[in-house]
Design a protein around this ligand. Structure first.
Ligand SMILES: CC(C)(COP(=O)(O)OP(=O)(O)OC[C@H]1O[C@@H](n2cnc3c(N)ncnc32)[C@H](O)[C@@H]1OP(=O)(O)O)[C@@H](O)C(=O)NCCC(=O)NCCS
Length: 280
């Protein structure tokens, strides 16, 4: 549609030929073809559209493939891309804006298609509407049961009964309870106690939406993660520092952002001695 870099996966949108060059104006017909694609997406209620090209995703000049782009970031990312990719991104944003139901659009290569479709991390660029994140400072502002269910489902464990009455500093909910996070108070700094996205919604950027909100609210933050949790590699990019430690014979990491060096020993010690909130 926009050159060999950006061929649509399902090129089945019949279009009448433009009547005249004048009617066509500066437009090469791409807008109308993508409008027809939006209509098709709307009619079949497609939740995902994949564009296959030679490159495995949208790649800024001289940079690495961008793994995820929210609609709000499109205007910032477009100028960094080679022209055909920038044009494709503009059209993708138009498609997402044109349909009312939730939809994600991926750009990847045929070789990476299976990884993009069937792994949580994906392989390519995912373009999506950012999710609305609400937050509250007490359970009264939330549907307690739904948030607890999200956490238990995401971790695959049952929370200890007293967890549901413990106070927190701020809790976050993304979309219609597709994910949630809980930040608690400590004498040192805010502590990220829970960060969870339901299994069906994983890899679509819900975690990123939550993360952006909670790190915006709490520039000083620390948390812990099992060393073998797949998300730990992403945490490493988000943190200012980390320390490995062992808990019940298992390797963990304590991570932090915005903490001063004298605070670190206290943060690590807190991560080491905090009891799990889940039933054994
Ligand atoms: C951790 C969790 C909240 C992430 O939520 P998510 O909505 O899938 O995350 P996103 O889609 O927003 O991805 C955020 C980043 O993590 C990366 N990521 C997500 N899942 C990943 C995985 N399984 N392996 C490697 N990276 C992964 C994404 O690539 C993305 O990085 P990028 O922005 O550089 O592309 C979710 O996997 C979860 O609930 N896990 C179970 C509970 C848990 O372990 N919580 C953390 C305890 S410390």
């Amino acid at each position: 549609m926009l050159g060999e870099d950006c061929l649509p996966l399902v090129p089945l949108v019949p279009l009448p030929a433009p009547r005249s060059a004048e009617a066509r104006g500066a437009d090469d017909g791409a807008d109308r073809r993508f409008d027809a694609l939006s209509e098709l997406v709307h009619q079949v209620a497609a939740r995902k559209v994949v564009f296959l090209g030679r490159r495995s995703g949208l790649q800024p000049r001289g940079g690495r493939v961008v793994s995820m782009i929210d609609l709000a970031e499109v205007d910032t990312v477009r100028p960094t891309l080679p022209e055909p990719q920038g044009a494709l991104l503009r059209q993708i944003a138009r498609v997402i804006n044109a349909v009312a139901h939730p939809i994600t659009v991926s750009v990847t290569s045929p070789l990476d298609l299976l990884r993009e479709l069937f792994t949580v991390k994906g392989a390519g660029t995912l373009v999506r509407r950012g999710m609305v994140v609400q937050s509250a400072t007490s359970w009264e502002g939330l549907d307690r049961e739904r948030l607890l269910t999200v956490i238990e489902e995401a971790f695959g464990k049952t929370l200890v009964p007293e967890f549901s009455s413990r106070p927190f500093l701020r809790a976050y909910v993304a979309g219609d309870y597709r994910g949630g996070a809980i930040v608690t108070e400590t004498t040192l700094a805010p502590y990220l106690s829970k960060f969870a996205v339901t299994t069906v919604a994983r890899g679509e950027g819900v975690g990123r939406d939550l993360w952006r909100n909670l790190t915006g609210d709490f520039p000083r933050l620390f948390w812990r993660s099992r060393a073998d949790n797949p998300i730990t590699s992403w945490y490493r990019e988000q943190c200012d520092g980390l320390q490995r430690f062992t808990l019940d014979g298992k390797p963990w990491v304590a991570l932090w952002r915005g903490l001063a060096p004298p605070d670190l020993a206290t943060a690590i010690e807190y991560c080491q001695r905090t009891q799990p909130d889940f039933d054994p």
